[in-house]
Design a protein around this ligand. Structure first.
Ligand code: UD1
Length: 343
């Protein structure tokens, strides 16, 4: 019998890539998504890649009654990977209540039904934003957390706390929080990738859209940081590498290999890359000279952060395999496919 895994937000960017990896590893993936920031057609493309069409239930996790009804029909779900959340940092500053309601109520509802129906395993989509600007780099999992600079970031911190407290109070619930650094790129098939709504906030979609001519120029937010070239430094990892980490984490819980009821892992490459280096990588893989301009700093930006992924390397047996250029190439291929209306 295939193990059934519930993927919330499974039609979204990271959720869809993870669903593909789960299916390819022999799991039965079922998706709950309210399609707020994604499209139902993603399941067709998952089907094209894997030969399997995962079940998609269009449902809002904030609706406890409907969620409960769904779980009652799928009592064989063994584990949950929880992606469904709002994720735009800037928007969260203007709509804090929407962010707290959506990101936290959905998590509380999910944990409630997991407890009610005895579903023991949860993998949570967290972020390196919980570290703020760390004093020591690369950042390890035991680095102190900093007060969040946006409601979005706070929902990740509070979300982690809610999960940890639940695992403390109920030994039947086991959870892993995965703190992502900066996921980029798309599936090598170019059938799934990031679908930003409107003007992208994140660097790589803005970069590829500028390369394609949809945006006039990329604005580089600051060149006066205390970094080698003055632009901010991040740890960009290929979304397929990130997706594979979820499969490893869910197997760890299912097989009972976890060392504690609640565990936290950094997921990154361990390499810091500046905005200007990311632009160079794009230029290398696309052959396009990118139009960009240095502008002032963006409010709330961290100067530099990259992961120490050694705990995940050792404990999960996971590491990133793709280089920056490989990941960037898939982001560019995806952008071209999207714009040629082949998707
Ligand atoms: C942010 C969040 C992170 C969240 C992620 C996805 C923080 C500190 N980080 O990451 O938690 O998971 O978004 O939504 O809140 N840049 C430009 N020009 C642009 C866009 C970006 O120069 O047009 C620069 C930024 O200044 C930054 C880097 O590119 O240095 C990466 O930015 P971005 O892709 O937005 O990710 P983060 O801010 O690192």
């Amino acid at each position: 019998m295939k193990k059934k895994i519930l993927v919330t937000g499974g039609t979204g960017y990271i959720g869809s890539h993870t669903t593909v990896e789960l299916i390819e590893e022999g799991f039965d993936a079922v998706i709950i998504d309210n399609l707020y920031n994604s499209e139902a057609g993603v399941v067709d493309r998952i089907h094209k890649i894997t030969g399997v069409r995962p079940l998609l239930e269009v449902l809002d996790l904030c609706d406890l009654e409907k969620l409960d009804g769904f779980i009652q029909k799928h009592r064989d779900i063994s584990s949950v990977i929880h992606f469904a959340a709002y994720k735009a940092v800037g928007e969260s500053v203007n709509k804090p209540l929407e962010y707290y309601r959506n990101n936290l109520l959905s998590l509380v509802n999910l944990l409630s039904v997991m407890k009610r129906y005895g579903i023991p395993n949860l993998v949570f989509s967290s972020s390196c934003t919980v570290y703020g600007q760390p004093e020591k780099l690369p950042v390890t999992e035991d680095a102190p957390l900093q007060p969040a600079t946006s409601p979005y970031g706070n929902t990740k911190q509070v979300g982690e706390t809610i999960i940890r407290d639940t695992t403390v109070s109920d030994k039947n619930v086991r959870a892993i929080s995965l703190r992502y650094f900066n996921p980029i790129g798309a599936h090598p098939s170019a059938l799934i990738g990031e679908l930003p709504r409107g003007v992208p906030e994140n660097l790589v979609p803005y970069l590829t859209q500028t390369g394609y001519g949809i945006r006039e120029e990329l604005k580089v937010f600051g060149d006066d940081y205390n970094t080698p070239d003055g632009s901010c430094v991040r740890d960009y990892l290929h979304v397929v590498d990130l997706a594979k980490a979820h499969v490893v984490a869910i197997k760890r819980l299912i097989e009972g290999k976890n060392k504690a009821n609640y565990e936290v892992f950094n997921l990154g490459t361990g390499n810091g890359v500046s905005v200007l280096e990311a632009i160079k990588s794009f230029e290398r893989v696309s052959g396009i000279k990118l139009k960009y301009r240095i502008v002032g700093r963006r409010a709330g930006d961290i100067e530099k952060i990259w992961a120490d992924p050694s705990f995940a390397n050792k404990e999960l047996g996971w590491k990133t395999l793709s280089s920056l250029d490989e990941a960037m190439k898939t982001a560019w291929d995806w952008e071209k496919i999207l714009r040629s209306n082949k998707i």
